[in-house]
Design a protein around this ligand. Structure first.
Ligand SMILES: [Zn+2]
Length: 205
């Protein structure tokens, strides 16, 4: 019984490294003879050449379904840094409010002004000042939203880091897995856990 023998049939003639099965699926020219693409992740990568001679090629459909089930654990995706700005909705609100304030002020204080340029000049200034004022007044609320988003982002980063650590360990374990075609089981020769069917590979990662 060799080091990688199947724990069920105790033979290695139908045994293949899981990385090689998945690699074979994604690389149509070289078949499944090489698993070197994954070797950098695992420290104790075992070369595929040592045991591949007795292996019989599987049909393409069998292989693709199996390769899907045996696929490497997905790397968690990094959260995006939040960029909280005033929405177009907020800006529209501020614009409308500034117009309303300007109309009200003009109506209250300047309706008797007959100098055309002075009238419109003051309208513009009033509008600009109300707009700027509203921007200043709503800044604390914007900052609050930014702080909340920042906090959520930090939580997401923590979670992402934890998941990435788990993923790294899963990748190391995944690189050690073998598949026995006779018994249709996946197992880790360096681990005493029970072999599982390919669909349940995650259980032994
Ligand atoms: Zn077996």
């Amino acid at each position: 019984m060799s080091k990688i023998s199947c724990p069920i049939c105790e033979k290695d003639d139908m045994v293949q490294k899981v990385t090689a099965i998945v690699q074979g699926e994604t690389n149509s020219t070289s078949g499944y003879s090489s698993s070197s693409g994954y070797s950098s992740i695992s420290g104790d990568h075992i070369s595929a050449s040592g045991y591949s001679s007795g292996y019989t090629r599987m049909s393409a459909t069998q292989s693709s379904r199996l390769a899907q089930q045996l696929h490497a654990p997905m790397r968690p995706s990094a959260p995006e840094k939040p960029d909280v700005q005033r929405s177009i909705f907020d800006l529209t609100g501020i614009f409308v409010l500034a117009v309303v304030i300007t109309v009200v002020l003009v109506y209250m204080f300047m309706r008797d002004m007959y100098n055309y340029f002075l009238f419109w000049g003051r309208c513009c200034v009033t509008f600009l000042l109300s707009g700027i004022g509203l921007m200043i007044v709503t800044t604390p609320s914007l900052n609050r939203k930014r702080a909340e988003a920042e906090k959520r982002y930090e939580d997401d980063i923590d979670l992402y880091n934890r998941l990435t650590d788990i993923w790294r360990q899963e990748m190391i374990n995944w690189n050690k897995l073998y598949y026995c075609r006779r018994d249709d089981v996946v197992y880790n020769p360096s681990d005493s856990a029970q072999p599982v069917e390919p669909a349940r590979m995650r259980d032994i990662l």
